[in-house]
Structures are given as C-alpha cells and as structure tokens.
Design a protein around this ligand. Structure first.
Ligand code: NAP
Ligand code: MG
Length: 400
C-alpha cells in the first residue's frame, strides 16, 4: 500500500505516564502504517524537561511558531510529590502554561460526539466549544482583608506622576477587597483568536459578560470585541453566513441550555474556568474532550483535554491490563494532520484525518469501547476492550 506523504513536519510533543504509552500505540498502529509521518520530535516527558532545565518546552513552542501546527501528549505539571518522585532539580512550570505564554494563544475545548454517549442536555446534538480567555482578572488579583473602619480607594499613578483616585468603599467595620486587571492587548488577542477560529471551523461565535453591572471593566471586553468584529471580521462572517452574537452572561447561560449546540462560546477567564467543566461534564466524559490552542496569528496546537491518567499508569506498570480511552489523543492527531493538510494543500492527508476519526467513532457505535465509556453508554451490551484492543479494533476498520 502506498503511504500518504507529507511535505512539512508536525511539531510532535511527547508526554508522560499512561498517555505516553497510548501515544506510542497510536503512532505504531494508526499512523505509521498509513502515513509517511514527518514530525519534529520534542520529548516533553518530565525526565527530559528536567534534564534540559525545561528548555525543551520553550523550543517546542518556538517550533510551533515556525511550522504552524503542533500535537501534544498530556504532561505532568509538577507538584511537591512529583519533585520527589522524579527527583527534579526544581518544580518546573506547567508546560501548557509555558507554551500558551509563548504563543499568546487561546484554548478552545470541544466535546467529541458519538452515538451511544448521550449529553445530559437532550437538545445538544452538536458540540459546544468553550473559548476561555487565559489572562488576568481574578487569577492575577491582589486582595486584602480590611480589619475595620476606613476608606478604600483605587489609585492610579501615571508614568509622569499624575494621580487619579476612585473610592471603593468607606468601611464601618471589617471586610475584604480585591483589585484585578486586564490588558487591552490581551483582550484584543483573545477576540482575534475567537473570530479566526470561528471562521476556521465555520461556527457562530457567542460572547457574554456582565457589562450592565461592570460598566468600565466588562464593558471594555464588550467594546473590544465589537470594534474588532466591525473593523476586521464582519465582512468575512457575512460571506461565510456566520453570526457574532453578544449577550449578558446570565442570558447566555439560559440560551446555551436551550440550544442545540454547534457554536463557540467565548468566556472571560473565570466564566471559562467554570463553564468548561460544566459543559464537559454535561456532554458525558472528560476522556472525550479535545483542546486546541490557537494564536492570534493562526498557529495551532492540538491535544486531549485530560491529564496523564496517572492511576491507570501505575496499574500498567504493575503489569495489569488497562482500559484507558485514547479517543481525545487520537483526535488531537487527526486535528493536527487535517490542519497540516489544509496548510500544505495536501487533500490526501485531510482525507486520512477524516477516515481516522470515522473509524474511531464507528468502532464505538458498533459497541466496542473502553471501560469509561462502557459504564455510561446507552448502547445495549457494549464490549469493553483494553487500550490496545480498542486501538486494534480501530486499526481493522481503518484498513478496511
Ligand atoms: P487525569 O489524568 O485527567 O485523570 C483523572 C481521572 O479521570 C482518571 O483517573 C480517570 O478516572 C479519568 N480519565 C481521564 N482521562 C481518561 C482517559 N483518557 N481514559 C479513561 N479515564 C480517564 O487527571 P489527574 O489524574 O488529576 O492528573 C494526572 C496528571 O496529569 C497530573 O500530573 C497533572 O499535572 C496532569 N495533567 C495534565 C494535563 C495536560 O497536559 N493537558 C491536563 C490535566 C492534568 P478513573 O481513575 O476513575 O478511571
Ligand atoms: Mg477549572
């Protein structure tokens, strides 16, 4: 059989624990037999990050800037226990945080829908993609406990020494305050990422804040989105038959639940944190969520939304059978291959990505799945397979 060729490499970022095992199986069984796979390989496994003083993470991000498309395996974000377990030189930062900071991107999370795994909300028959702004607000806030009577103010001192003040509250007794910020640049980048990704995936874009109450802060988000839409994207949206829709966050929540899905919901940092877990759970399974980081200048990094599945890895190391779901990791590969095909005008590669996804979903719909799905499926008498068995079943369909 003639293998599909590639012209430009994908940036491949290997990772940790159970997902590292799945990564190799996916390559060996589902990719290498069919594609003349070209990748530039970066080992983001924790041991290698430690060896390179985490330079490998920055180098991988720079390679994504160069080539435009990357695919990443889940990685350990070290905590105190991991520092001991891997005898690390230091508690290295989250690789995802490092890559996101270098690409200045926005993360889009979408569920993979398949017959037999039904969303809790009956009307949702298309995916809802959450775009979370990943800078500032309460995540970079300063806070204080106010011990008693006194005045709290916001004070701004300009670079040339001019001072302006706004009262927050005159306290009569103890209380609390919080000061948070955001940057016009960051909000603009967020808006451009969202509009670009909406056009790219041909979906409407929703955005919501609480601008009626927060007349400066949230209203700035609303205005930035509106200006960028009018000046840079309205024409392309109209030509593509897409809409940009702004509403209040409480109205958005009500509409989302009554919707059929099929749109991108852009959220401020905190809203995105909360709503992405709500949407992921309501769609059925964390193991079926994909994630793509998109930079404002159109670079893409694909991965699964879940972690390294540590508990399964420890069983694997003891020689026990595991039934870990590889679907989100397979879709990270198919997403990256499709994007690479699109950018390189390589329709065969794009078609392969479609076939890989179809083979995966057909396997589940035929009743063959991993344990996490077998536990929640509405299909009668599902067959529970090991990780290897499931990947093998997908391979059979792919070959056929
Ligand atoms: P996790 O790896 O997402 O797993 C949490 C639990 O969810 C698992 O124990 C498993 O439940 C279930 N699960 C998740 N993915 C699954 C899959 N593909 N198939 C079957 N079940 C799945 O989260 P964690 O255990 O909290 O974190 C482990 C490590 O991952 C941490 O070191 C963390 O830093 C890292 N992490 C990395 C990323 C990333 O790179 N993007 C994201 C999150 C976490 P059962 O045990 O009940 O079967
Ligand atoms: Mg959260």
């Amino acid at each position: 059989m003639q293998k599909i060729s590639m012209t430009t490499p994908l940036v491949e970022m290997d990772g940790d624990e159970m997902t590292r095992i799945l990564w190799q199986m996916i390559k060996d069984e589902l990719l290498l037999p069919f594609i003349d796979l070209k990748t530039e390989y970066y080992d983001l496994g924790l041991a290698h990050r430690d060896e390179t003083d985490d330079r490998v993470t920055a180098e991988a991000a720079e390679a994504i800037q160069k080539y435009g498309v990357g695919v990443k395996c889940a990685t350990i974000t070290p905590n105190a226990a991991r520092v001991e377990e891997y005898r690390l030189k230091q508690m290295w930062k989250s690789p995802n945080g490092t890559i996101r900071a270098i690409l200045d991107g926005t993360v889009f999370r979408s569920p993979i829908l398949v017959k037999g795994i039904e969303p809790y909300v009956k009307s949702w028959n298309k995916p809802i993609t959450i775009a979370r702004h990943a800078y500032g607000d309460v995540y970079k806030a300063s806070e204080m406990k106010i011990p008693g009577e006194g005045l709290c103010e916001l004070v701004y001192t300009s670079a040339d020494g001019e001072v302006s003040r706004t009262p927050i509250h005159t306290f009569k007794g103890p209380g609390i305050i919080q000061g948070m910020h955001n940057l016009n640049d960051s909000i603009e980048n967020f808006a451009r990422c969202c509009f670009t990704y909406a056009l790219d995936t041909k979906q409407d874009l929703w955005f919501a804040t609480k601008d009626t109450i927060s007349k400066q802060y949230d209203h700035t988000f609303k205005d930035v989105f509106a200006d960028i839409y009018e000046n840079e994207y309205r024409k392309a949206f109209e030509e593509a038959g897409l809409t940009y829709f702004y509403t209040l966050i409480d109205d958005a929540v009500a509409r989302v639940v009554k919707s059929e899905g099929g749109f991108i919901w852009a959220c401020k940092n905190y809203d995105g944190d909360v709503m992405s877990d709500l949407v992921a759970t309501a769609f059925g399974s964390l193991a079926m969520m994909t994630s793509v980081l998109v930079s404002p200048d159109g670079k893409y990094e694909y991965e699964a939304a879940h972690g390294t599945v540590q508990r399964h890895y420890y069983q694997y190391r003891e020689g026990k059978e595991t039934s870990t779901n590889p679907v989100a990791t397979i879709f990270a590969w198919s997403g990256a291959l499709r994007k690479r095909g699109e950018l390189d005008s390589n329709p065969e590669l794009e078609a392969f990505a479609d076939r890989l996804e179809k083979a995966t979903l057909d396997t589940i719909e035929a009743g063959q799945m991993t344990k996490d799905l077998a536990l929640i499926t509405t299909l009668k008498a599902p067959e529970t397979l090991t990780s290897e068995g499931f990947i093998g079943a997908i391979k059979k369909r792919l070959q056929a």
